[in-house]
Write a protein that binds this ligand. Structure first.
Ligand code: AQP
Length: 336
């Protein structure tokens, strides 16, 4: 049996936001005291779409700074960037040969990100989930904290693990990973459109709260957040068909670590301006200190690069041991 090990990654595509924090990073911090955790800046994923090399370099450091500012310990966890451990790419190629084209074609994230011009998307964007499966399975991780938007990719990771174990008659070699998805709020939605997820690539900055936003900006964004004409609901059933209302209520519950039902009993029947002021206060209290710490850490590149370097050495030790075994199972002679 494999012991419990957590793996997750964040793309260094800039502008980390409340969705990344509540959907993933907050959970990373909770898990660090319970399990062995490996947290990765998935820089190879960030080149599947057009990118600017200079910005990528600084975004990698900013993602590390965000991890640390959010409360991750570089001692307790292995923190590193994907490209510095070559076994991720090696295993991704192997998984390109295990996963089926039909599986790839079903991935909704590819469809969303490729848009209408699918033929013009990079092959990397299509096989992105295979690299994600490799990121996780190269460490034989058992638990993966992610936002709900990544659930389908984790199901694919499970399918790849099962097929590999089955095809090469190595039962239990790769664990069948368990997603760790926040229960109360699995997907934070845009502040402008409750049917779209909050995302870095959304054009309007008013659709999201960035972790580096200051007090005034958070206030403005929440005041402008879309709601509807009704009051704050008192009952869970009244949240149905009110996606924007449901979203901001869930954000309030999550940021304060309380249940949605508690929010409804506190604010039910009140007008949204009262609720929005309280929401801004909570966000400012929780998010601004993280943003300030990120800005402070970004001034110390030596420290941030040191974390990456140490983390890469620790990650590489585990990944090398596993890739040797994988090559052997496949009949590849590199390590025999
Ligand atoms: N809106 C969200 N709600 C909950 N969780 C979210 N995550 C992202 N957006 C939300 C979770 O954050 C982790 C890191 O995500 P990522 O940056 O690697 O990639 P992403 O999911 O593609 O994030 P974005 O903001 O949507 O980026 P773009 O716009 O570049 O595509 C993941 O665990 C993800 O689930």
């Amino acid at each position: 049996m494999n012991k419990k090990r957590v793996f997750s990654g964040v793309q260094p595509t800039g502008n980390l936001h409340l969705g990344n924090y509540l959907g993933a990073i907050k959970n990373f911090v909770d898990l660090q005291n319970k399990f062995e955790c490996i947290y990765c800046v998935v820089d190879l994923h960030a080149i599947t779409n057009h990118h600017n090399p200079k910005e990528l370099k600084s975004n990698i450091l900013e993602t590390i700074a965000t991890f640390i500012a959010s409360g991750l310990s570089e001692e307790k966890n292995i923190i590193f960037n994907q490209a510095s451990v070559s076994a991720h790419s090696e295993l991704a190629w192997i998984f390109n040969c295990v996963a089926r084209i039909g599986w790839m074609n079903r991935m909704t994230q590819f469809k969303e990100k490729a848009g209408v011009n699918k033929e013009n998307a990079s092959v990397g964007l299509l096989v992105y989930p295979n690299l994600m499966a490799a990121d996780i399975l190269i460490y034989k991780a058992t638990h993966v904290p992610v936002g709900e938007d990544q659930k389908q990719h984790l199901e694919l990771t499970r399918d790849i693990a099962k097929k590999f174990n089955n095809d090469f008659k190595c039962e239990d070699f790769f664990p069948i990973v368990e997603p760790v998805i926040p229960k109360e709020i699995s997907r934070i939605m845009s502040l402008r459109d409750g049917k779209k997820k909050m995302s870095k690539s959304e054009e309007s900055d008013y659709s999201r709260i960035n972790l580096k936003d200051d007090k005034d900006l958070i206030n403005q964004k929440i005041q402008k957040a879309k709601t509807d004409n009704g009051p704050v609901p008192s009952d869970l059933n009244e949240l149905k068909n009110r996606p924007e209302v449901s979203n901001i209520i869930s954000i309030y519950a999550n940021i304060n670590n309380i249940k949605v039902s508690q929010v409804l009993s506190e604010f039910g029947g009140k007008n949204f301006s009262t609720f929005k002021s309280k929401l801004s206060e909570s966000l400012i209290e929780k998010i601004c200190p993280i943003g300030q710490e990120i800005k402070k850490l970004l001034k110390d590149e030596v420290y941030l690069n040191g974390i990456l370097e140490k983390g890469a050495k620790r990650a590489d030790l585990i990944a090398k041991t596993n890739i040797k075994e994988i090559y052997k199972i496949l009949g590849l002679t590199k390590y025999s």
